[in-house]
Design a protein around this ligand. Structure first.
Ligand code: PHE
Length: 452
């Protein structure tokens, strides 16, 4: 159980906080702050939020535990973890599909994730250099249009973000990460609380925003909303693509997996809810549309920063911290593929990281050009970005989660999981029933209705 991990020079991370920080760093990112409000806005608020919370509780938490436990048990990169287990158990080699799908999902997600994180960097720069000062809300909206219609500007910031990802990943995830995140995550949270204070006290629309998020209109509980909620639950918790399996490989043996999983899920959900409670009151106060789509966070918060005392400073800090939260997620998106390259090829960490990041950067250009209007390809009415987002969040991640739950529940020995999870028999049986039956059935129903 405590074999040397080939990826790092140390067997496990220094202490029990490191795993929590890394896992929370992976989970908390653009999914919470950028994506959650805009999807909730598109699917009618309360109905979506309710479905999303159900998905987190019913599927997210049991799967988080399963992924971490598999990683820690084998202490290998996800693909090799699954290979080792199938060899040990004499199970089908086909299970390694989980690892391949995970690598593909991470690769494709990061390609567009980096473009959006680039928007955040661009906003930080524009705000602090006074680019928005004195603008009306309409002008703030036009400025967003100006950014996304410019391929050059987006490529610049997308490249900057991929270079940062490369710089951190190439040095080994455990070194810089721990210290950095210890400061950045609380800072991001503090800034979110300041913005929450603004939404509560200054917009005059806090209750309207609150009601939008929490009063459920059951006519909005459609199949499409269920699919979107499931996809968002997987995306936001970094599930279904083995990211947490890869991190679990470094988790100290005496850490409690269930407790950590609950903490990660709680922190992640809190961040998303707070983000929604910031965005929607501002949206209503400035006459914006909750269903505005991917620009929602950028336009609404900038409209608020323009009106806030010291808005330039707060705005700068906010968008920098969002980019840093995205960076800690980006590292985990690369990790499964990188860990595999390092175990399977003679490439050095630096070379492997360069190759991977360059390829991801290149695919990201598709998203840039889809936004800028230079790449007009559409399928089922979706452009390149929408297709990638849909295919990864709504199909690849849930399918990966489905396979992982079947693998963890039906293939891996009961005693192995019992040892890793360290739960009482009653709680373990509950977890096992969820992972064997409830998770697969729910995901399957949603995935099948999504595809057909
Ligand atoms: N969970 C991250 C976010 O919410 C995105 C992510 C997805 C990271 C999958 C890793 C794996 O921003």
């Amino acid at each position: 159980m405590s074999g040397q991990n080939p990826v790092t020079s140390t067997k496990t991370w220094a202490n029990r906080w490191t795993f929590l920080l890394a896992a929370a760093g992976s989970a908390i990112g653009l999914g919470n702050i950028w994506k959650f409000p805009y999807i909730a806005g598109q699917y009618g608020g309360g109905a979506f939020v309710m479905l999303y919370l159900i998905c987190i509780a019913v599927m997210g938490i049991p799967l988080l535990m399963a992924e971490t436990a598999i990683g820690r048990h084998t202490r290998h990169s996800p693909l090799n973890a699954i290979r080792q287990l199938t060899n040990e158990l004499g199970a089908s080699k086909l299970w390694s599909m989980i690892g391949w799908m995970g690598m593909l999902a991470g690769f494709l997600i990061l390609s567009f994730y980096s473009v959006i994180a680039g928007w955040s960097l661009s906003y930080a720069w524009q705000i602090v250099s006074g680019g928005f000062t004195g603008m009306t809300t309409d002008q703030v909206g036009d400025a967003f249009g100006g950014l996304v219609s410019s391929a050059d500007r987006q490529i610049f910031w997308h490249s900057a973000f991929m270079i940062l990802t490369f710089a951190i990943t190439a040095r080994g995830i455990h070194k810089g990460l721990e210290k950095g995140l210890q400061v950045m995550m609380p800072a991001l949270f503090a800034l979110l609380l300041i913005m929450l204070g603004y939404s509560m006290l200054e917009t005059g629309q806090f209750m309207r925003g609150f009601e939008f998020m929490f009063s459920v209109d059951f006519s909005k509980v459609t199949g499409e909303a269920v699919t979107a909620a499931l996809g968002q639950a997987f995306f936001t918790l970094s599930l279904g693509m083995c990211a947490l399996m890869a991190y679990g490989a470094y988790m100290p043996a005496n850490n409690s997996i269930p407790r950590t999983a609950l903490n990660v899920a709680a922190l992640d959900t809190l961040m998303a809810i707070v983000s929604g409670l910031i965005v929607f009151p501002i949206v209503f106060a400035y006459g914006l549309e909750p269903s505005a789509g991917p620009g929602l966070l950028f336009v609404s918060l900038t409209a608020a920063f323009v009106h806030m005392p010291m808005g330039e400073i707060f705005g700068f800090l906010f968008f920098v911290l969002v980019a840093i939260a995205a960076l800690s997620s980006a590292i985990s998106l690369v990790e499964p593929a990188l860990a595999w390259l390092l175990e399977r090829t003679p490439l050095s960490r630096t070379v492997a990281t360069i190759i991977l990041c360059a390829a991801i950067w290149f695919v990201g250009l598709g998203t840039v050009f889809a936004f800028s209007g230079d790449f007009t390809f559409t399928l089922f009415g979706k452009n390149f970005f929408d297709l990638l987002d849909y295919f990864t969040s709504n199909i690849l991640l849930p399918l990966g989660g489905l396979l992982i739950s079947i693998f963890a529940g039906w293939v891996i020995k009961r005693s192995t999981m019992m040892n890793e999870l360290g739960l009482s028999v009653g709680m373990f049986n509950l977890w096992r029933a969820m992972i064997r039956v409830v998770v697969p059935v729910c995901v399957l129903v949603v995935v099948i209705t999504t595809i057909f």
